[in-house]
Write a protein that binds this ligand. Structure first.
Ligand SMILES: NC(=O)c1ccc[n+]([C@@H]2O[C@H](COP(=O)([O-])OP(=O)(O)OC[C@H]3O[C@@H](n4cnc5c(N)ncnc54)[C@H](O)[C@@H]3O)[C@@H](O)[C@H]2O)c1
Length: 354
């Protein structure tokens, strides 16, 4: 059998010269958003941060002409069509609502909000303002997930029966000091990417069951080791297992998607040396055939970060919702909150009820 060639390259729509302003000039904007946008020649017109030094340093590093002194100043800049927000989740509702009232389209960072109420308020504000709100769930565009999506969609594994994402690594939590005291950690801030990618690949599960725990003596307040099972109506079983405190030499970050006709398996390169990472790997076999390696190009950071922005621009051009719209993201946040509720109560939870 010939080796399948998955399609996973991200294409920008035409036109893609929309004026973009950045709100929040911290780590992720500097090492992921702006390198991706610069590589694709996007039109970054200005940036703003509560910490003006961060905004000035970011503008200097990335050749951005305008540093706004206030959100009002950014909102009144008619060149700005899209605002890319990368601030802590609990700040996002207030900022997003003001920007939508000012007529801007938004790319919000994940998590869209820490509560479903706040997330739904952002969805409503977008609908009222008739502006698009996309969420930066960029793992969907990472090479391994995007290539798997294409192969599954084209029938290479047949009917999906089992899926696993298993990560055991030593996470550099010091990069996000504000997360140390957070009441939610892995699922809200990390596994949310896996849950969103699983929804992208397989749709919404009917039940979620989670167990959360900690590492002895960990400095973080919340869960750093989690196991989550997703049950689907058609008997598909998904397991997401994550451990952020693996100090061994045997760390791994793997995905495995099994169906009635074939199997896809691979590694999530970013997790082997965050934030530099390495390319994802992918192997495929039809049942009865040996696994074949399919080389993948690109890194999750920064390359996948062009995906949500390209999708938002496509939405603006075509008046269709972006792939990771805020409305779609409610489904991902229902899994996040379903996971916490399940771990807290020791029961399975129907995410659609939340
Ligand atoms: N792969 C990913 O998708 C990914 C990775 C890392 C972080 N994130 C998310 O990106 C966001 C930012 O993370 P980070 O690591 O860059 O954090 P950071 O602390 O490095 O930067 C956040 C910046 O936002 C600024 N800020 C805070 N509130 C503000 C407000 N109301 N208005 C303007 N500026 C404000 C801060 O001054 C700071 O400069 C978080 O929501 C985080 O969850 C996503």
């Amino acid at each position: 059998m010939t080796t399948p060639q998955p399609h996973y390259n991200i294409t920008l729509p035409t036109p893609h010269h929309h004026g973009i302003a950045i709100v929040g000039c911290g780590g992720i904007v500097n090492y992921a958003h702006l390198p991706a946008y610069r590589q694709h020649g996007l039109n970054i017109v200005g940036c703003y941060d509560l910490n003006h030094d961060s905004a000035r340093a970011t503008a200097h590093s990335h050749g951005i002409d305008t540093v706004y002194q206030s959100l009002d100043e950014l909102m009144s800049d008619a060149r700005v069509e899209i605002v890319d927000i990368a601030i802590p989740a609990w700040e996002q509702r207030a900022v997003a609502t003001r920007l939508l009232h000012a007529g801007k389209h938004l790319l919000c960072q994940k998590p869209l909000a820490e509560t479903l109420d706040d997330a739904r308020a952002i969805v409503d504000a977008g609908q009222t303002a008739q502006r698009h709100v996309a969420v930066n769930q960029q793992m969907r565009w990472s090479a391994g997930i995007a290539a798997s999506y294409d192969l599954i969609r084209r029938g290479y594994i047949g009917t999906p029966t089992d899926a696993q994402i298993q990560v055991s690594t030593s996470t550099p939590w010091h990069m996000w000091p504000w997360l140390r005291d957070s009441a939610h950690l892995d699922v809200m801030y990390h596994s949310i990417h896996y849950l969103d990618s699983i929804r992208h690949l397989f749709g919404n599960p009917s039940l979620i069951t989670s167990r959360h725990t900690q590492y002895p003596g960990q400095l973080e307040r919340a869960e750093t080791k989690t196991v989550t099972i997703l049950d689907y109506a058609d008997n598909l079983h998904v397991v997401v297992m994550v451990n952020h405190h693996d100090d061994s030499q045997d760390v791994y970050a793997t995905y495995r998607f099994l169906g009635t006709k074939g199997i896809i398996k691979g590694t999530i390169g970013l997790l082997y040396n965050y934030p530099h990472g390495r390319p994802d790997t992918l192997e495929y076999a039809a049942h009865g055939e040996p696994l074949t390696s399919i080389p993948l190009e690109g890194l999750w950071i920064p390359d996948a970060f062009i995906g949500p922005m390209a999708s938002l621009m496509h939405a603006i051009n075509t008046h269709q919702p972006p792939i990771t719209s805020a409305a779609d993201n409610i489904g991902t946040l229902q899994l996040v909150h379903g996971s916490y509720l399940s771990a807290h109560t020791g029961r399975s939870v129907c995410p659609a009820d939340l």
